[in-house]
Design a protein around this ligand. Structure first.
Ligand code: OGA
Ligand code: NI
Length: 313
């Protein structure tokens, strides 16, 4: 579990410690693109407040939540629930609320709950703080790769952010379902706060490693577009959420991703002149469409954008 020992970000502001913190981030990114951070600068009261408004929303009667039900469109948002038990391919056991938070023109307040009353203000403050944190992490990640600090931010174009409130109720037969089946996140970088254990990351030999819940920590994971931009130096991490029979687990997941019309290309600095880029260029919209079309069922979606090259697994 050594790799999931939280990285103390406060060291970035101390010149004696900064290079060691950067090296820890680089190592986690090289290894599996998954790490936890503490002393990240986001106030604990704000984290607690977000959990509180999330819990209060999920505690509302079903018909009040259904007012915010999402429609099945490409970039869906709103409330949904899916609770499936099966003996075959594991499915979902979760309730969720997804909201676009950036750019401001994509905030569709008709999906933002009116109860509890502090919901909007809390989500606005929390997601602004998480956007700053994402930018700080991306600048360290860019520099670790020998790129200028703003490289990845610029490569992803106009900032897009959404938040998903995940709620995994107790399940009578946890072996017959999953909160969220295995996947990698499709955007750039994901920052997750969890209440209760259940998040697992793919480990060696097809096993799953639990990402332990540390108080006041965030879990960070790299997603598919960072894999493409880094030309495969950093891979997106496969992960899933399991459920349990005795308690509700919740998580609050902030996704940072490119605009649909943003062209994503491997950074030329990271492309070997003899081999060439390992992924083809794409517009992020194509990626969303490939996902919606259920492409690459038995392999990672990002592999279907790899240029036929045995180095990409
Ligand atoms: C996700 C995700 C895991 C969790 O929302 O993409 O991986 O523990 N969530 O909720
Ligand atoms: Ni995920």
């Amino acid at each position: 579990m050594a790799t999931l020992k939280p990285i103390d970000l406060s060291g970035l502001n101390d010149e004696r410690l900064a290079s060691s913190v950067r090296a820890q981030i680089a190592e986690a990114c090289e290894k599996n693109g998954f790490f936890q951070i503490i002393n990240h600068g986001v106030p604990v009261e704000l984290m607690d407040k977000l959990k509180e408004v999330g819990r209060k929303f999920f505690d509302l009667p079903k018909d009040e939540k259904l007012v915010y039900a999402g429609k099945p469109v490409l970039a869906a948002e709103g409330y949904g629930s899916r609770m499936v038990l099966t003996d075959s391919e594991p499915q979902f056991w979760r309730e969720f609320l997804e909201l676009h938070t950036l750019p401001l023109s994509e905030r569709h307040y008709n999906y933002w709950p009116q109860k509890p009353a502090e919901f909007n203000e809390t989500v606005e403050k929390y997601t602004a703080a998480l956007m700053d944190l994402a930018h700080r992490l991306l600048s360290v990640i860019s520099e670790n790769l020998g790129l200028k600090p703003t490289y990845i931010k610029e490569a992803m174009g106009e900032t897009q952010q959404s938040i998903v409130f995940q709620c995994y109720p107790p399940c009578p037969e946890p072996g017959k379902t999953l909160g969220l089946p295995a996947h990698s996140d499709i955007g750039g970088i994901t920052i997750l706060m969890q209440e209760g254990d259940g998040l697992q990351v793919a480990a060696a030999n097809d096993t799953w490693e639990l990402v332990p819940n540390h108080p006041n920590a965030f879990v960070v994971n790299l997603a598919d577009q960072i894999e493409i931009i880094t030309n495969g130096r950093y891979k997106s991490a496969n992960h899933r959420a399991i459920v349990n029979s005795d308690s509700t687990r919740r998580s609050y997941v902030t996704f940072y991703y490119p605009a649909k019309d943003q062209k994503i290309i491997p950074a030329p600095e990271l492309v070997d002149a003899k081999i060439g880029p390992l992924y083809r260029e794409l517009y992020y919209l194509e990626y969303l469409q490939a996902l919606a079309a259920g492409r690459a069922k038995d392999k990672r979606l990002v592999q279907s954008f790899a240029i036929n090259n045995p180095l990409i697994t």
